[in-house]
Design a protein around this ligand. Sequence first.
Ligand SMILES: Cc1ncc(COP(=O)(O)O)c(C=O)c1O
Length: 326
Amino acid sequence: MKNGTGGTGTLGERPTAAATPWLYLDGDFVRMSEVRLTPSIQALNYGTGVFEGIRAYWNSAQQELYALRLRDHYERFADSCGFLRLDLPASADELVDVTVDLLRRNGHRGHTYIRPLAYKRSFEPGVPFGVKLRGVTTSLSLHTVPMGSTVSGLGLRCGVSSWRRIPDTSLPARAKITGGYANNALAVDEVHAAGFDEAILLNQAGTVAEASTSNVFLVRRGELVTPPPSADILEGITRACVTELARDELGTVPVERAVARSELYTADEVFLTGTGIEIQPVCEVDGRKVGRGVPGPVTTRLRELYHRAVRGEDDRYRHWLTPVEL
Ligand SMILES: Cc1ncc(COP(=O)(O)O)c(C=O)c1O
């Protein structure tokens, strides 16, 4: 992989005179302001890109930045790329190294979000115009933005969307495909208009799939329950963290099974898990209180454990973290 500076790419934001953050684009580190977007990019036209969302947590006491489960994210990224025939020019380990390098260059001493994106760019010479996966070049970019943590979550008011999650037989939710997120955006748009904070989507079978950018858990009759991968969900890495924490700290392994919409109304606790949203209690679904309408004990305990683990405050979960010396 190249590791230089300079060059002009194809993705990005409006240029500004001030020095803008570094991003990684097709083998080079370039300034965000140097990058231009061209409307002919295939992925922009057809949604043929895949992405990841990764967090790095700043521990101010230790003056250390910790990137969370980098390798797991890049393994999922590679799977998504394979699905869309995107030629990833680097291994998961190489992408971990590039990410650490990018975080160092940007030097942000605060919680940070990392966005890897691989996308279909342009037709190879001689390839005729059209919607296709073969004969189209791949671009790879990584950029970072400061993103605070949500430690003080009091509970989200969720609405079940009338839009169903795209089924595996149409566009697999297990791959993070850019075009597929129009489905999530429609659901969010609908529930925001109805005054809710977040959307929960059902699958074609009418059981709970996931929220717009997170997985769903519920506590009901003493069981911790979450929909299985076959319910048309993204197999979340935060979901995997919660499974590990629940097993190690609460002595319970989440039961993966189909979840009826009505179970959300009758659960003692509901919470969402995702890189961006972290672990968020749900206090209301479709205008009905979950439990007493406040975060329950299981959710609260898992949140506390998670927030400590991702900040490098719990040595038992150090294996989740890649330290980044700034
Ligand atoms: C649709 C969807 N489901 C679930 C998740 C949670 O996945 P993770 O915990 O890996 O961030 C995300 C976020 O990436 C998502 O976009």
